[in-house]
Write a protein that binds this ligand. Structure first.
Ligand code: PRP
Ligand code: GLN
Ligand code: SF4
Ligand code: MG
Length: 476
């Protein structure tokens, strides 16, 4: 999230991060600039826990960037929280990065030999270190130079003492949008966010997406842009439409709600089954279940209630917490389920943790039959582009057939949405074999980037007990 040209930029970014909490719940941070100084406050935990009124007051300036972290490379620790700030001959630069880089090893080694001192173990710092060590004359050229050297997924915002930058990788893996707040008595406030739902709280109008391979710069004189990479085919993450993004966001030019509802409708067309009720697995299964119920004509009922004080379980780094999380989070509504044939709709099965527990829960509450329908194809390959799907060993669909998964989760029937069905629901053209500008590698094993050196990807390690408390890193 980034804001340029607002007297209370920190608070605007805080509100935006609140709306983006679902994208990362491990740590959060806000950096501000006022033309002279750059302040940066980060902490472990949720946005609302870290940024109290007192903390926000320590962040002056009319420019700010912010981040909520879901670790994909490097520990889940305060050290790796973002924004990351690096001092260089080109001045102070702070970065907030969504995505994951896949050519870390070589670059890091080369930079260290050239005298770079890395403060973190996250991939994101590489981008700023490359800028700091670039031979390019101007800062914008140094940024373009850095972005051309890194491979993988990056939607980034950066800030210096007096400028904001926003950029997307050439394939446009992750979303990034630009918006404006119109000010009656002065220039517009320019904002950037990973999802458009962050604009609504700020009353910012969506203007456009930052394009794949584009670098946008915002200064006192306005917005300028350049295309630092061209000719690379787009491969935007389809899992954003399936699970990651919020249904009230518009990403890659399409409302997530529309895609998900259509995935549900298509699922009903492809694998309908006789039943009494359609129940979503909240939250992420709700919109697809609405589509499924509408298409099948079956009643839609909340047979599982979600405790709203528990976060997302899939993006939780610790398996122990994920296991416990499901029961803590979801509870059956017995009087709705008793004696019924139930169709459960969820968006995905990754490790199978959630599905197995839920099917048992629903049957334990008296359901006569439990049918599970999944609004995307089987997840058979890991992601290296910013979604921390586990290695093949832990991906249930990489190791078991659909029938074996059905037996494992103890459902009466199980079906997934087809690949073409998912692509079409997300607005891709109907030509079979065409991905319509989407990455679908976790469903096909065909990666849009060149060979990926898996060893380069440092696993996000488990939290140590001392890292689980709220701690603040403050730098002025
Ligand atoms: O097979 P598994 O490894 O259990 O992971 C899959 C589950 O995790 C996700 O939900 P999650 O609880 O993270 O988030 P939500 O509350 O947004 O639905 C997803 O929607 C599935 O329900
Ligand atoms: N969720 C993300 O975008 C992660 C950003 C970065 N790869 C990190 O691990 O900090
Ligand atoms: S591999 Fe899957 S989760 Fe990763 S970017 Fe591609 S579609 Fe998204
Ligand atoms: Mg879910």
């Amino acid at each position: 999230m980034a804001v340029h040209g607002h007297p209370d930029a920190a608070r605007q970014v805080y509100l935006g991060l609140y709306a983006l909490q679902h994208r990362g719940q491990e740590s959060a941070g806000i950096a501000t600039a006022n033309g002279q100084n750059l302040s940066n406050i980060k902490g472990m935990g949720l946005v609302s826990e870290i940024f109290t009124e007192d903390v926000l007051r320590k962040l002056p300036g009319d420019m700010a960037i912010g981040h909520t972290r879901y670790s994909t490379t490097g520990d889940s620790a305060l050290l790796n929280a973002q924004p990351i700030r690096v001092e260089s001959t080109k001045g102070l630069i702070a970065i907030a990065h969504n995505g994951n880089l896949i050519n870390l090893g070589n670059i890091r080694l080369r930079l260290e030999r050239a005298g770079a001192y890395f403060q973190t173990t996250s991939d994101s710092e590489i981008i700023v270190q490359l800028i700091a060590h670039s031979k390019a004359g101007s800062l914008v050229d140094a940024i373009a130079d850095s972005l051309s050297q890194v491979e993988g997924a990056f939607s980034i915002v950066m800030m210096t003492r007096d400028r904001i930058f926003a950029a997307r990788d050439p394939r446009g893996f992750r979303p990034l949008s630009m918006g404006r707040i119109r000010n009656a008595d002065g220039p517009d406030t320019v904002v950037f966010a990973s999802e458009t739902c962050a604009f609504d709280l700020l009353r910012a109008e969506y203007e456009r997406d930052v394009m794949p391979g584009e670098l946008v710069m915002v200064t006192q004189d306005g917005v300028t842009s350049r295309q630092y990479a061209t000719g690379v085919p787009q491969s935007s993450c389809i899992f954003e439409q399936v699970y990651f993004a919020r249904p009230d966001s518009r990403i890659y030019g399409r409302w997530v709600q529309e895609s998900r509802e259509e995935m549900g409708r298509q699922l009903a067309r492809e694998s309908g089954v006789l039943a009494d009720l359609v129940c979503p697995v909240p939250d992420s299964g709700v919109t697809a279940a609405l589509g499924y119920a509408a298409e099948s004509g079956l009643p839609f009922r909340f047979g599982l209630i979600r405790n709203h004080y528990v976060g997302r379980t899939f993006i939780e780094p610790e398996q122990r917490v994920r296991d416990f999380g499901v029961k803590l989070k979801l509870n059956p509504v017995r009087n709705l389920l008793q004696g019924k044939r139930v169709i459960l709709i969820d968006d995905s099965i990754i490790r199978g943790t959630t599905s197995r527990k839920i099917v048992r829960m629903v049957r334990g509450a008296g359901a006569k039959e439990v049918h599970l329908r999944i609004s995307c194809p089987p997840t058979v390959s890991p992601c290296f582009y910013g979604v921390d799907t586990p290695s093949k060993r832990d991906l249930i669909a990489a190791n078991k057939s659909i029938e074996e998964i059905r037996q494992f989760i103890e459902a009466d029937s199980l079906a997934y949405l087809s690949l073409d069905g998912m692509l079409h629901a997300c607005g891709a053209p109907l030509a079979p074999g065409e991905n319509g500008g989407f990455c679908v590698a976790c469903y096909t094993g065909k990666y849009p980037t060149q060979w990926i050196d898996v060893d380069e990807i440092l696993p996000a390690r488990e939290l140590r007990p001392d890292q689980m408390q709220l701690s603040l890193a403050e730098t002025q």
